[in-house]
Design a protein around this ligand. Structure first.
Ligand code: SF4
Length: 518
């Protein structure tokens, strides 16, 4: 038999409701031999419940903040070509209107109704002069009036970009930078199942139905932060103040140096503003324009200009490892900085990377050309070249000591997780910056010494916002991929090649030796 007696009394002040709960429990436990155990116990519990600002995320008060890039519209300042060319056969259209006028007894509402919900035929002359810039290519008008309407890709759209930058990719980057929203491309995918470079690689999205990791709006936080710098493998207490440095950035993307010949104050100011707002870095050989702080600058330092940076040492510095062996000199001049060796991806990159890691560099910036091809005699895509460097560093037990930044050919959001899967810690973007800022293509953009993209006159505030928007969209897409792969941290993705599939490898495994299949 038990007795439970209790009381709750409370008081409410604005910020909190407090209550004291007290009571007693007593009883008697009897056994079958009529022996019993008596007990009595009193208790008091204090309860405090916050009653103010319950709608706020109190985790933020405790220092927790969900990283989110807020977009703001930054519409195109230079007119972009229409993607679709909409045209109507005028005689047939006129005949249909006359027919409908008789059929529906001049009912204006029916005769003047337009089949396009996007307003393409909403101008004064309706279908006779369609507003082509509004067309999204849904093909409804063609399905309803196949004998009158034609919709095809416009010639000016087809001329966009170069042999690597497809019109579709240019358009995607423009619109991501302009709206800060992920492009929704309806009508299903009618393209090839696999392609070259990153298009020949698929990620394992087997966790796509897991509800708590549902991407951008998920309840679980997915971290996109990465570290730049060298990580200690053990602690040396005698040199505790001299440990390798590392820095955390909230997105695994930095802005690589602008292509040669495209540097100007407007473009570099835009990049600097965006890097500052996003908390990431930008690489440059040029001194800054002086308007903004240069705390996000990663200068590429040469022997002659070391002195320029001594007074205010940057957090990260890069040097051309191909041209000079400046590491020791930089390490003694910039004791608090992270020192990164910059080198082109080529057939000897795995060995060179291991040598530099043993020398003590804190990171490697490996770059391909702007079309994502390395500098080997038999060129490889940056994904394959990266894998070789990563795997060699793993074999030699050096991988965890250095950070790898990969750049060249990173032009779409999905290239970021794919490059990380191949072994990079983070990526750098280059020509993508110029495309987002509406630079003009004047030819092939492949060569790092002769890039044919020409920047246009822009307002740096507008340019900075375009780049922030682009990064916001890429960040959202990265989170979507991580959630579909069941990962809560982008650091876990690095080199996890088992979570990817390569088209070429699959073809070889499945069809090797079958003559009719290859
Ligand atoms: S294709 Fe779609 S958006 Fe374009 S004109 Fe036709 S109905 Fe309108």
């Amino acid at each position: 038999m038990f007795h439970l007696r209790g009381e709750i009394s409370g008081s409410v002040e604005m910020p909190r409701w407090t209550a004291k709960v007290f009571g007693a429990i007593s009883g008697r436990l009897s056994s079958c031999g009529a022996r019993y155990l008596k007990f009595a116990r009193s208790f008091t519990v204090n309860l405090t419940v916050r009653t103010d600002r319950l709608w706020l995320n109190t985790m933020e008060d405790a220092g927790y903040k969900r990283f989110k890039i807020e977009p703001k519209p930054a519409p195109h300042v230079y007119q972009i070509p229409n993607k679709f060319d909409v045209s109507a056969r005028k005689l047939r259209l006129a005949a249909m209107l006359v027919h409908e006028a008789f059929e529906y007894k001049l009912n204006r509402e029916v005769v003047l109704s337009r089949p396009c919900i996007y307003g393409v035929f909403g101008g004064r002359f309706g279908g006779f002069k369609p507003l082509k810039q509004k067309c999204v290519g849904c093909m409804r008008c063609v399905q309803e009036y196949p004998h009158i309407m034609t919709v095809k890709q416009s010639d000016s759209y087809k001329r966009l970009g170069d042999s690597f930058w497809t019109p579709e990719n240019v358009y995607t980057v423009w619109n991501e930078a302009s709206t800060g929203k992920i492009q929704v491309k309806g009508m299903g995918y009618k393209g090839a199942f696999a392609g070259e470079g990153f298009d020949g690689m698929w990620t394992d999205m087997s966790e796509i139905v897991r509800p708590t990791r549902d991407g951008v709006y998920g309840r679980e936080y997915i971290s996109t932060s990465v570290d730049i710098g060298r990580k200690p493998t053990s602690i040396d207490f005698s040199r505790i103040d001299d440990q390798p440095k590392s820095l955390e950035i909230p997105v695994p993307i930095i802005f690589d140096e602008l292509p040669a010949g495209t540097y100007n104050d407007d473009t570099s100011d835009s990049v600097e503003r965006a890097a500052e707002k996003l908390g990431t870095f930008y690489v440059s050989r040029q001194a800054t324009s002086g308007q903004l702080s240069r705390k996000n600058l990663v200068p590429i330092i040469e022997e002659e200009n070391i002195e320029d940076y001594l007074q205010k040492p940057p957090a990260i510095v890069e040097y051309d490892a191909e041209r000079s062996n400046l590491f020791r000199k930089l390490a003694s001049s910039f004791r608090a900085s992270i020192i990164i060796a910059r080198l082109p991806l080529a057939e000897d990159s795995p060995e060179v990377a291991c040598k530099l890691a043993r020398e003590g560099v804190h990171g490697l910036h490996l770059y391909a050309d702007y079309h994502g091809q390395d500098y080997s005699k038999e060129t490889m895509h940056v994904s394959a070249a990266l894998k070789e460097v990563h795997q060699q560093l793993v074999r030699e037990g050096l991988r965890d000591q250095v950070t790898i930044i990969a750049s060249g050919g990173i032009t779409l959001a999905e290239h970021v997780p794919k490059a990380i899967l191949c072994g990079a810690d983070l990526v750098g973007i280059d020509t993508t910056v110029l495309v987002a800022l509406q630079a003009e293509f004047h030819g092939e953009t492949r060569s790092r010494s002769d890039c044919q993209l020409r920047p246009r006159k822009i307002d740096p505030a507008w340019g900075g916002q375009r780049l922030v928007n682009l990064m916001g969209v890429w960040h959202d897409q990265l989170i979507e991929i991580l959630s579909a792969m069941g990962m809560r941290d982008v650091r876990r993705l690095r080199g996890d090649i088992g979570r990817s599939m390569m088209d070429l490898e699959l073809q070889e495994q499945s069809f090797k030796g079958i003559p009719w299949a290859t």
